[in-house]
Design a protein around this ligand. Structure first.
Ligand code: ASP
Length: 437
């Protein structure tokens, strides 16, 4: 079983490398689509007189249909992608029982840092208020769902699905996650007895990943239409909150990467954080340019072992696991996005809603695969968990590529910090190698 898993990881690794090149080309295309779309939108807003052609045919016709079509394609992926990815992820977690202490510690660390990351995201978002000033009512024509106040007890109980198939049909993400975790853990427990089903989910997961890649290919067109429609409707008013949103995400990512992680590293190991950052910077650069945690796995393991003295026995387990389930940067983006979208639509969030966001964004981090843009797909599940309109993703989609690069660098740094701490505590870290210049 463990060997099978390793084979799976290796297969995934090579596949990601193939897609990396495409991903980079795609990043540029999306970025261009974003700029040109924004310019066109501004041009339409200020240059074209309001009337049947501009409003009905162009903005609410072509741009709306193509943009929404792309969003629907993304939504189509959510349930099967999250389910399979979580079954596979929790299968890996189920295996960690055999790895005893290291596994439990690692998973504990991953969950705590992710929850912390979401809290930092929410905290900074309520300081910066990125969505205030953007009137989404001007853009929104379809129905807006308002956040319903559900009792905390019901929220808790609703996590357990009465009927998992029903939850999937309704797209209720929390019960889907619980069921997927159960399936994955049982598959790990049954080992070779359930290898057919285990392989089925791994392969279905691969299919969903391929489908995500395929959908992402039309992303430039989708982004172009979505952003052009946004700017055509609101003009320059959209720039400021978007810049605020980007600044907010970046600010929270910097706090997590250069303050939270480094304090944790120092407190648990007394190792020099500056040295850690210096030595790990090239790996962060690689993650930044590819926006793919998975492709960074080999480089991360190599750097940790050669430059930091971390035992490969530990890192070869914790780094791939982290690249699959630990996405602190992604959960930061999702936390800020929730506040941004809530403010843009003028929907207030209760303390209960915020607690739900901490839980769902942490779980979404487990369900987010380490490839470009998946964080945006799982964001819709976080939004849905507090009743926010998933159409809000349209606003941030265009600028997400840049943030994807930044958050991927943070995602893999979290894995590396955890690996270094666990290695140190297990007596599997060579300090001489770490301190060497
Ligand atoms: N690109 C991210 C990663 O690979 C995942 C995401 O947030 O979309 O870590």
């Amino acid at each position: 079983m463990a060997k099978e898993k390793r084979d799976l990881k290796i297969n995934k690794g090579t596949k990601k490398e193939n897609t990396t090149k495409k991903g980079m080309g795609l990043s540029t295309k999306i970025f261009i689509a974003l700029l040109v779309g924004a310019l066109l939108g501004v041009g339409i807003h200020y240059g074209l007189p309001s009337g049947y052609f501009r409003d009905t045919i162009l903005v609410e016709g072509i741009l709306y249909v193509v943009g929404q079509g792309f969003i629907r394609l993304m939504q189509m992926l959510v349930v099967p992608l999250v389910f399979c990815s979580l079954v596979c992820g929790s299968m890996a977690i189920g295996d960690t029982k055999t790895l005893g202490k290291v596994g439990v510690k690692t998973i504990g660390f991953y969950l705590v840092t992710t929850a912390l990351a979401v809290m930092i995201a929410l905290g900074t978002a309520y300081l910066i208020n990125p969505g205030i000033g953007l009137d989404m009512d001007a853009v929104q024509t379809s129905e807006v769902t308002t956040a319903e106040a559900t009792k905390l007890t019901d929220t808790l109980l609703n996590i357990i699905p009465k009927n998992p198939i029903n939850s999937m049909a309704n797209g209720d993400m929390l019960p889907i996650i619980v069921f997927a975790l159960f399936v994955g853990i049982m598959l790990a427990k049954l080992g070779s007895k359930a290898s057919v089903v285990a392989n089925f989910f791994s392969q279905f997961n691969d299919i969903m990943m391929e489908m995500t890649m395929a959908v992402m290919k039309v992303a430039p067109l989708g982004v172009f239409c979505l952003i052009a429609r946004t700017f055509a409707n609101v003009g320059f008013a959209a720039f400021k909150p978007m810049l605020k949103y980007m600044g907010n995400v970046t600010f929270a990512l910097v706090i997590q990467c250069f303050i939270v992680y480094q304090i944790l590293l120092f407190v648990f190991t007394r190792l020099n954080p500056i040295k850690f950052i210096k030595k790990f910077l090239p790996v962060m650069g690689f993650a930044f340019s590819t926006a793919t945690s998975n492709a960074t796995i080999p480089m991360s393991i190599d750097t940790l072992s050669k430059k930091m003295g971390v035992s490969k026995q530990i890192s070869s387990f914790t780094i791939p696991l982290g690249a699959t389930v630990n996405m602190d940067g992604t959960s930061i983006m999702q936390g800020v996005a929730v506040v941004f979208i809530a403010q843009a639509y003028g929907i207030p969030l209760t303390m209960g809603n915020l607690a739900t966001v901490v839980v769902t964004a942490t779980l979404a981090s487990i369900g987010t695969a380490g490839v470009p843009s998946v964080g945006l797909v799982t964001l819709s599940m976080v939004l849905a968990s507090v009743g926010l309109p998933t159409e809000g993703i349209a606003l941030i989609m265009g600028i997400d590529r840049i943030l994807d690069m930044l958050r991927t660098a943070v995602n893999i740094t979290g894995d590396a910090v955890c690996t270094t701490i666990v290695s140190y505590q297990e007596g599997a870290l060579n300090k001489d190698v770490f301190n060497r210049e």
